[in-house]
Design a protein around this ligand. Structure first.
Ligand code: ADP
Ligand code: MG
Length: 285
């Protein structure tokens, strides 16, 4: 079967008019396959549309990742769960189902530097983008500095409104850098605005008991935790740094002995959380 040149011409013009560049590109190839009887007409239409849709979807994801400031891409597939035996893989896979976003919950990843907090936060955010949810990624330091700038310029309300637009807000690195004076207050205004309206993922190397110190203000820290632990999932990662896994011998004993190794005995206390020296508000949902 061969298409009349006039019809083919019209199809091409339609594809241009409809802005379907990928379909235009594969048209010839599909027609040849059709002529050779390798595919049916229905299959040809199906493939023509499928190619266009894949191109658009790829572009949508790329733009959404850029807009959400997810510049270094990490995936769940790229996370080696065997390196972190304390971490419940199923719990992370459940989070990847993204119900926490629809329920406007807060996910906390807690653990030492290098244990994979940012990796998991980004991987869940990437899953969310693929599923069509809007996402915005920032560190606490960047977030507070952007809020402080907006406050100075008299645009704090707009900035908070902007930060409430995404269905998922990731705030990375709580506790690494000291928060500037007034910073806790600004963060609280944002958290309060998103409370029960939008989901968040927070990562921290400090326990909740230390938030007073992190924010330099126990009253603000208590108010923050009140909101951030109400509908929350707390994931503690007990293991050591993935970055330093090949250099355990260079580390001080207290850190080095935490490096799991293939020849290690299986981890103790399976299923029971280890006792933590600092009183932790653990267990929210
Ligand atoms: P954290 O945010 O806890 O300090 P990161 O998530 O940034 O740690 O992890 C440090 C580096 O190690 C990143 O490049 C990350 O992709 C990698 N990484 C950490 N844990 C794992 C893991 N279990 N499997 C694969 N890569 C990991
Ligand atoms: Mg990190």
């Amino acid at each position: 079967m061969s298409a009349a040149p006039a019809t083919l011409d019209r199809i091409r013009r339609h594809l241009v008019g409809l802005r379907m560049p990928r379909s235009l590109e594969v048209l010839e190839h599909l027609l040849r396959q059709l002529e050779r009887g390798e595919i049916s007409a229905l299959e040809a239409i199906d493939q023509l549309l499928d190619e266009e849709l894949s191109l658009r979807e790829g572009r949508r994801v790329k733009t959404a990742l850029k807009m959400g400031r997810l510049l270094s891409i990490k995936t769940l597939a790229g996370f080696d769960f065997s390196f972190q035996p304390s971490l419940d893989r199923n719990r992370i896979l459940t989070l990847a189902g993204l119900d926490f976003i629809d329920r406007h919950e807060v996910v906390h990843f807690l653990g030492q530097p290098g244990c994979g907090k940012t990796h998991l936060a980004i991987a869940l955010a990437v899953e969310a983008v693929h599923a069509g949810r809007s996402v915005y990624f920032t560190t606490l330091a960047e977030l507070i500095s952007s809020l402080a700038k907006a406050e100075r310029e008299g645009t704090l309300r707009e900035r908070i409104r902007f930060l409430c637009r995404s269905q998922l807000l990731v705030v990375d690195e709580i506790g690494y850098l000291p928060v500037v004076a007034g910073g806790g207050n600004l963060f609280f205004q944002l958290v309060n605005a998103r409370y029960e309206r939008g989901a968040m993922i927070l990562t921290s190397n400090r326990g909740f008991a230390e938030w007073g110190e992190v924010f330099g203000d126990t009253v603000v820290a208590t108010a923050l935790l009140d909101r951030l632990l109400h509908h929350a999932v707390v994931v503690r990662i007990e293991g050591a740094s993935y970055r330093l896994r090949r250099h355990a011998d260079l580390l001080p004993d207290s850190t080095a002995h935490r490096q799991p190794h293939a020849s290690d005995p299986p981890p103790r206390r399976r299923g029971r959380p280890p006792k933590s020296p600092a009183p932790e508000l653990n267990g929210a949902a």
